[in-house]
Design a protein around this ligand. Structure first.
Ligand code: OFO
Length: 167
């Protein structure tokens, strides 16, 4: 195996975190669907798929370095959310948590002189910068528009535009 046991455990924890993110965004998409927020639903479903891809990238990496990736147990995300603001605040919080976890992995790779993993993790560092910036942008827009019933239509339109890549 080209990575340490400690690194293998840490990467498996990251797999679990990415899997939870995928589940969480799926649960949020379901809630948005029930509220009639199709743009938000579409955005969150795409994010959920992306998180699964992040998880799978770790599986492939483990295989490349002769480690053992573990399909994680995934806790159940919340079913109900207070508001669309609440959904995107939680998404932003979760992305921040993922960023901290990625940075901790980078530090471990440095400490272990594991340059292969260090190099592999750079993709995640960049991805997290982009995802956090996007989550912050969405929250700024929601705060600007407000999330009263009349505003929801416009929020949903914004999320639809982001999903369609027009933003
Ligand atoms: Fe956005 O969490 Fe994956 O990396």
């Amino acid at each position: 195996m080209m990575i340490s046991n400690k690194m293998q455990d840490a990467l498996n924890k990251q797999i679990a975190l990415e899997a939870y993110a995928s589940h969480l965004y799926l649960a949020m998409a379901t809630w948005c669907d029930k509220q009639g927020l199709d743009g938000c639903k579409k955005f969150l479903l795409a994010q959920s798929d992306e998180e699964r891809v992040h998880m799978l990238k770790l599986f492939h990496y483990m295989s490349d370095v002769d480690g053992t990736a573990i399909a994680p147990e995934i806790k159940k995300p919340p079913v109900d959310y207070d508001s669309v603001t609440n959904v995107f605040e939680m998404l932003h919080d979760h992305e921040q948590e993922v960023t901290h976890a990625i940075h901790a992995l980078v530090k471990l790779a440095y400490d272990e002189n594991d340059y292969t993993t260090l190099n592999f993790l750079q993709w995640y560092v960049e991805e997290q910068r982009e995802e956090e910036a996007m989550a912050r942008d969405i929250l700024d827009k929601i705060n600007l528009i407000g999330d009263s019933p009349q505003s929801l239509y416009f929020i949903d339109l914004e999320l639809q535009k982001i999903s369609d890549g027009e933003d």
